[in-house]
Design a protein around this ligand. Sequence first.
Ligand code: SME
Length: 220
Amino acid sequence: MSQATTQNPLTPLRKADEPIPYTGESYSPFFYGKNSMMVDKISGSVRIFTNTNSYLPTHTMAETLILPTSTNRKEIYATLLPQVKALIEDETDLTANLANVAAVLKQAFGFFWVGFYLKKENQLVLGPFQGPIACTRIDFDKGVCGHCYTTRATVLVPDVEEFPGHIACSSASRSEIVVPLFKNEEVVAVLDVDSDQLNDFDETDRQGLEKMMQLLQDKF
Ligand code: SME
């Protein structure tokens, strides 16, 4: 009987940086520049291998977002964070990085609208986003985004109709979370995420999104 062996193309020549529970059954490996990553199908743990030139496959794979089968948001954020880190690590272009982070959040959670407003002179100006068209400029004293900018803190809005001064870019938006991005202790942008469900955001989102925004602060 012929021995059909399945050779995992990413059998690491280098050990992962830290031991992670690993069942041996992975999604296909994927690559960001010199880095590669596998996500364990069962535990959802992510293994990142750096400087993988020595065992790059003969084909080049498109960048792929790996999501756990779990619908638990905490687990999804835990899986996304190392992937976002790897995705933006070697890219210095701000627009490219913000665009990909917006796409990651849209793809992973299916939120109604995900995007950035960037501080430009005395306003917040629309940056990379995913979703329907949106208002382009927000004054610092207007809307949830302006409130986030001036208070320098994440704003959770369970029901947008209850938030005084909420700017309705779409009538479909029901709840919202806005997270500040800091550079040298200045707010340089805000991440705005809108849901078409009431009360769709909680502390898990606050923590996951704040951690994700910290990854971006060196990119400004
Ligand atoms: N609702 C935001 C405006 C931006 S849109 O939701 C994309 C606000 O009140 O600041």
